[in-house]
Design a protein around this ligand. Structure first.
Ligand SMILES: [Zn+2]
Length: 254
């Protein structure tokens, strides 16, 4: 879910869906299960998509860094924080709402009720509009492919839109890096394809704003999985539950 999910699977807030306090397990109660129920594994798990995308990236590359920030750029912008090989969930599982970090404290109003949030400068709708594609209601991977095509063809409006998005993203990322002492930032979702144009302005802000950047450079790289990271993370999380408790799985009926 692209929003704040609590331990019972209640979506407290998903600003871009206009959802507040939606009980997803109840919504799906009458739906037949997609797979045979597995003992020891809950039949339905509701999780934040940015958290799953970060886990997907972690599981996909066991040789990769044990700590990193994964930023998913879609209509909304979410992040998953991986610390020492595990997802940092926060007290209630609501960490990583980087899309609502202010990058201009008195800036544009946001659907969350705040002002100047990162999403209002680097979210998909804003970047599409700035690139002259306003109103194009596209899935994240299609939108990113369109923008990447225009940027590769040196379209000035698209280049400027991505430079501005990258600047805002860099301000937010620099704050996270200062706070958590991370050295790797993975750009995921639609951002993965746009990394060649987002990375320079992100790095420029990081080197200006991160206190330790002079001694410990921050790597900004695209996700290996792109828009599929959340699905890979979700599947991997179920497999990992089975591996952690194989007796339950082996003892299943039939
Ligand atoms: Zn906001």
């Amino acid at each position: 879910m692209p929003g704040l999910v609590d331990a019972a699977g209640l979506v407290r807030l998903a600003p871009n869906l206009g959802w507040r306090d939606v009980a997803v397990p109840e919504l799906l109660a009458g739906h037949p299960p997609l797979v045979e129920p597995v003992p020891g594994v809950p039949p339905l798990v509701v999780e934040n998509e940015a958290n799953l995308a970060a886990l997907g990236e972690l599981h996909a590359d066991p040789e990769g860094p044990a700590s990193f920030l994964h930023v998913s750029g879609e209509v909304g912008i979410g992040a998953g924080i991986i610390l020492d090989g595990a997802l940092f969930r926060g007290v209630r599982g609501w960490s990583g709402e980087i899309g609502h970090l202010p990058v201009e404290p008195e800036g544009r109003p946001c659907r969350c009720g705040g002002r100047g949030c990162l999403e209002r400068y680097a979210g998909q709708e804003v970047v599409l509009a700035a690139a002259g594609l306003a109103g194009a209601d596209l899935p994240a991977d299609t939108a990113a492919a369109r923008l990447a095509g225009l940027a590769a063809a040196d379209d000035p409006a698209t280049r400027a839109a991505l430079a501005e998005a990258g600047r805002a993203l860099g301000v937010a990322v620099a704050g996270v890096v200062n706070l958590l002492d991370l050295d790797t930032v993975v750009l995921g979702g639609g951002y993965a394809l746009l990394t060649p144009w987002l990375r320079p302005p992100v790095l420029a802000e990081v080197s200006r704003r991160v206190l330790t950047a002079a001694w410990s450079p921050v790597t900004v790289r695209p996700s290996a999985l792109g828009p599929e990271a959340a699905v890979v993370g979700a599947a991997g999380s179920v497999v990992r539950r089975i591996v952690a408790d194989p007796v339950g799985w082996l003892g299943r009926p039939g």
